[in-house]
Design a binder for this molecule. Structure first.
Ligand SMILES: [Zn+2]
Length: 636
């Protein structure tokens, strides 16, 4: 059981590649006991005791592997082991099903050998990166990536809790060769991630081998599970936020790789402004499909003003992706300064960019992923996310000696996501924790016990919580989370309550075309996050236009709701005018559904409901964002 030199917890990077040699001769019973205690063990210990299994995957994709020396197959990649692994691979939360709908072929699954504790070819040989042309290798590679990325989201330095999918069932189906096509999808209806393959001048491209594409699509699945009502939103920013999470997931996962970071530093000379390798997404795909060096980049300078009125989500998402990449660069710069200081004070032999970048990773994971639990249940905007990021940082780091919050404010303001007024508001001296305004006290355990408990808490306090008395209030989720700082210090426990209600809105006037005279619903609601003492960690609301009382706050709330309703109507009208709303054409299980409009329409309880496309894809086309002629081709 040889281990290399241990690291102190402050220096270690939780998500770097393995440094520990896995224990070979561990008995299964021992491994299972260790597995049961897994959440208390750091990554290195998990690796050492075989709770993470090595799988050789591409760092990025086969094209990057050819372009950059040292960025080919990652021999040190590991993914979480579980006692119930099966052929497929199949694990607790994923099932790989290799069905190609173009060819109508079901390829046999990679074989799990329990005794050898590894995935094998049909002949029983352990699958390695050398076998990159074998479909069973593709199956293993795509599974290893999503299995690892799920762990990244659920770990203490991210959400600190188990997450669920947006559909009934616990296994997300992963289809590595779904058919011929230049795209990849997350599709809620068929509970699946689908990766297509295509032929280009440069050869056959398998999207399932691109970790960027796999992580992007999986980011959609994760966000859909966390906030299922975002799907039911016509707002441009909500759809763009989904794309942002896809791209952010891809960037953070690539970035969390030790060896890959070294290549990035070598290529960019430490200047992340030129780090195309890190910031550019899906190189192989981009080259083959668009002749661009990559599909999208986090280095675009666009601001909200530059893209005002844009409805195409992929195009709009680069504003937020760009802002977060700016922040990442800022955090890296701060860690570099610290490296220099350590050196000047004689505490290290030389300042290390490698260490500075390694320290930036868990910092960014905390900073960017933990706030997802603070987002509203519906109609999220970039501003909501920016405020959640700032609040999350304030709770974790109230004194902020290094000035992280100022850094974030600078970049959010520069991109037009926040304003100078927001900066003033953020700077105002306020207690870090306040109690929510209440008429009737409920103990936190009673609130957290069930949806019913949370509902009674909300219902007893409708007036103070600015919830209309007649609204049919639904608690869409109640969950507890135990998040950690990067040095594994426990943050206050979070009790996260999401609640929603619907308000009917009449589509009045010619601008609604064939929907004129029909009624639709506006989703309203809030996310309230309390700590174990009942203090308010965050409360973000999406009000309706009904009266919630006559106090100053209540009148303001109603005015905000009326503004939301007007914006909703304007957006629906704009979407109808641009031909972006159609009826969904159902495909069998959704697997074959390639021709659905950007926004679907459902009729529920006598009202029309507009929804985002039933699946999210990797690819957008900025040139054809709001023209009607290609509306039936969601893949573009
Ligand atoms: Zn996408």
């Amino acid at each position: 059981m040889g281990t290399k030199k241990g690291k102190t917890s402050t220096e270690s990077n939780e998500y770097e590649a393995t440094v520990a040699e896995p224990a070979q001769e561990l008995k299964r019973e021992t491994r299972i006991e260790l597995y049961a205690a897994r959440r208390y063990l750091g990554l290195h210990t998990q690796q050492e005791f075989g709770l993470r299994m090595p799988v050789e995957v591409f760092f990025k994709d086969p094209d990057v592997a050819e372009t950059y020396e040292g960025a080919g197959i990652d021999k040190k990649f590991t993914t979480p082991w579980e006692p119930g692994l099966r052929d497929g691979p199949t694990s607790a939360r994923f099932a790989v099903v290799d069905y190609d709908s173009t060819k109508n072929v079901l390829t046999p699954s990679a074989v799990w050998k329990r005794k050898e504790n590894c995935y094998c070819t049909l002949e029983g040989e352990p699958l390695t990166g050398e076998m990159k042309d074998l479909f069973q290798y593709h199956q293993l590679s795509v599974w290893a990536n999503v299995q690892n990325t799920l762990d990244f989201f659920e770990s203490g330095t991210a959400l600190g809790r188990r997450i669920t999918w947006a559909f009934d069932g616990n296994r997300l189906i992963v289809v590595p060769h779904a058919g011929y096509g230049e795209n990849a999808y997350y599709d809620r209806a068929s509970k699946s991630l689908q990766f297509y393959w295509f032929d280009s001048e440069k050869g056959r491209v398998f999207t399932c081998l691109s970790s960027d594409i796999v992580n992007h699509e999986f980011g959609h699945a994760v966000l859909d599970g966390l906030r299922p009502h975002y799907y039911e939103s016509v707002g441009a920013e909500t759809a763009a936020f989904h794309e942002f999470i896809g791209d952010l997931t891809a960037i953070l996962m690539a970035f969390s790789n030790n060896a890959f970071r070294k290549v990035v530093l070598k290529e960019s000379g430490g200047n992340l402004d030129t780090a195309d390798l890190l910031a550019g997404l899906a190189q192989q795909f981009g080259k083959a499909v668009t002749n661009a060096p990559y599909l999208r980049s986090a280095l675009e300078p666009d601001t909200m003003a530059d893209l005002a009125g844009k409805l195409e989500p992929h195009a709009l998402s680069v504003v937020l992706t760009g802002a977060m990449f700016d922040i990442l660069k800022g955090v890296f710069a701060k860690h570099r300064e610290r490296e220099l200081k350590r050196f000047e004070e004689g505490r290290s032999k030389r300042p290390s960019d490698v260490r500075a970048l390694a320290d930036t990773v868990p910092r960014m994971q905390m900073l960017a992923i933990q706030p997802l639990d603070l987002l509203p249940p519906c109609a999220v905007t970039f501003r909501d996310y920016a405020l959640a990021v700032l609040r999350s940082e304030q709770v974790a780091n109230p004194t902020d000696p290094s000035g992280y919050r100022e850094l974030m404010l600078d970049y959010f303001i520069k991109r037009g996501i926040l304003t100078e007024d927001d900066r003033e508001e953020q700077r105002m001296a306020k207690p870090v924790f306040e109690r929510p305004p209440l008429d009737v006290f409920h103990p936190i355990d009673a609130i957290a016990a069930s949806r019913g408990g949370a509902y009674r808490f909300l219902d007893d306090n409708r007036a103070k919580l600015l919830i209309p008395l007649n609204a049919d209030l639904v608690v869409s989720e109640i969950v507890r989370a135990n998040k950690l700082t990067r040095d594994r210090r426990a943050l206050p426990e979070q009790i996260i309550v999401q609640y929603i209600w619907r308000e009917e809105v009449l589509l009045e006037g010619e601008r609604f075309g064939r929907f004129a005279g029909e009624r639709t619903t506006m989703l309203c609601g809030a996310t309230m996050v309390l700590d174990e003492n009942g203090n308010l960690i965050h409360w973000t609301r999406k009000p309706g236009s009904a009266s919630v009382g006559s106090s100053k706050d209540a009148v303001q709330e109603q005015a905000d709701g009326a503004k939301r309703r007007d914006e909703l109507l304007n957006t629906i009208a704009a979407r109808i005018a641009s031909g972006m709303i159609g009826e969904t054409i159902g495909g069998e299980l959704g697997l074959l559904e390639r021709a659905s409009p950007p926004f679907g329409v459902q009729r529920i309880d006598g009202t029309v409901r507009f929804t985002l496309s039933p699946h999210f894809s990797i690819r957008g086309d900025a040139e054809n964002d709001d023209t009607g002629d290609r509306q039936w081709q969601i893949s573009f």
